[in-house]
Design a protein around this ligand. Structure first.
Ligand SMILES: Cc1ncc(COP(=O)(O)O)c(C=O)c1O
Length: 380
């Protein structure tokens, strides 16, 4: 009631942390740089302390995400992009491929496959807010993004992936891992970076491979050359060391330490606790939009709404093109919310990161500020 009466009034309470960027995302609550003091800096990553840290990062990733024992987990160069590109460039071309894209990052993977690898792919795209058809031949490889970070649209589940498929599924899960349930039996390749849901640092990617993905790597040689940082096999055999923490090239032990510290925090909540935090934050945004007609979720179908990168649009089609940017700027200047203008390629609007490191109370506190900034900008 108070909210309705005071709609548009300047709120009193600011979010305690204004960091709602969709990447790099907020550090976990309580984070301090001094927590990284155990990083083995100035030592070889191949010496015992570094090796132990890298192996721990892999083992603890497996434990918290429930990755099956027969799946491999590797730490690879170049963040999620590196991990996903590595998978596409080493595995695709063996059979026909279907590319699913409904926002900017998925579209980037299509460009790779069609323009760089020059594969004759079945490309299925959808506009921002929607999903393409998921009715797919199980004999084809499938490339898709679990959560489209720039449109705020995710797949609702993996029921559309055949249990008896012969093709591989390559899933860019970077804005889903740790905040959404990932059904490992449906995913042959999954990738993510540390800078997303756990609020870690960019630099390294995580590459997760099912036994069938390993079989592909060991039985298929692509027609194109592979740079050293993409090579996962030697003499037709998987390079096992990569999946024990013997990285292809030099990792940042500072970034590794930061990931381990984020895992310390994550383990206190467990996967379900991490998921619940994102769900609770997203629900605050959904409830806010539900009771207002001037702002709406960009995702058309509620079942596909992201719980991490929640994307919003202003519904009035007559607003100036830079309206949303100005709203975001106002909130930035107030120190209420940083980096919430929609992604550069996405429709104008707001994107509020609700991943697990963000406090749900902060998202709730942000909502009246959005109303305030909207009204202030209209008045201006
Ligand atoms: C869905 C998706 N894929 C890939 C990337 C690229 O990730 P990185 O910069 O960690 O390589 C992002 C980053 O926002 C993303 O959201």
């Amino acid at each position: 009631m108070t909210d309705t009466l005071n709609a548009g009034a300047r709120p009193v309470t600011k979010p305690s942390n204004p960091r709602f960027s969709s990447g790099p995302c907020a550090k976990h609550p309580g984070f301090s740089l001094s927590d990284l003091s155990d990083a083995p800096l100035g030592r070889s990553h191949r010496a015992a302390p570094g090796k132990a840290k890298l192996a721990a990062a892999i083992d603890r990733t497996r434990a918290i995400l429930g990755v099956p024992d027969d799946y491999r987990i590797g730490i690879v160069p170049a963040s999620d992009t590196g991990a996903y590109e590595m998978a596409m460039w080493t595995m695709l071309g063996a059979r026909p491929v279907t590319m699913l894209a409904w926002e900017s990052f998925g579209a980037g993977w299509v460009t790779d496959v069609v323009k760089q690898l020059k594969l004759d792919a079945d490309v299925r795209t959808a506009d921002y807010g929607a999903l393409p058809s998921l009715d797919i031949d199980p004999d084809r490889d499938i490339c898709f993004t679990w959560n489209g970070t720039t449109s705020g649209v995710r797949v609702a589940n993996a029921d559309w992936i055949d249990d008896d498929r012969t093709g591989l599924t390559l899933c860019d899960a970077t804005s889903a891992a740790f905040a959404m349930d990932l059904p490992w039996d449906k995913l042959d390749v999954a990738t993510f970076s540390w800078q997303k849901v756990l609020g870690g640092e960019g630099a390294h990617g995580i590459l997760i491979l099912s036994p069938r993905a390993v079989e592909r790597l060991e039985s298929y040689t692509p027609a194109w050359p592979l740079p050293k940082i993409f090579r996962l096999t030697k003499g037709g055999k998987l390079i096992d060391g990569i999946f024990r923490g013997e990285t292809i090239n030099t990792p940042s032990m500072m970034a590794v330490e930061d990931y381990l510290v984020a895992l310390d925090w994550a383990e206190t909540l467990g996967l379900s606790g991490l998921i619940s935090r994102a769900d609770a934050s997203a629900q605050h945004v959904w409830d806010f939009c539900e009771s207002r007609d001037w702002i709406a979720n960009l995702a058309d179908d509620p079942a596909t709404r992201s719980t991490t990168s929640v994307c919003l649009k202003f519904t009035d089609p007559n607003l100036p093109a830079d309206f949303a940017k100005r709203v975001a700027k106002r909130l930035d200047v107030e120190g209420v919310a940083f980096d919430i203008a929609s992604y550069r390629d996405a429709p104008a609007g707001l994107r509020i990161w609700c991943g697990s490191t963000v406090e749900p109370d902060d998202v709730a506190a942000l909502m009246p500020w959005i109303e305030w900034a909207y009204r202030a900008e209209l008045a201006a």
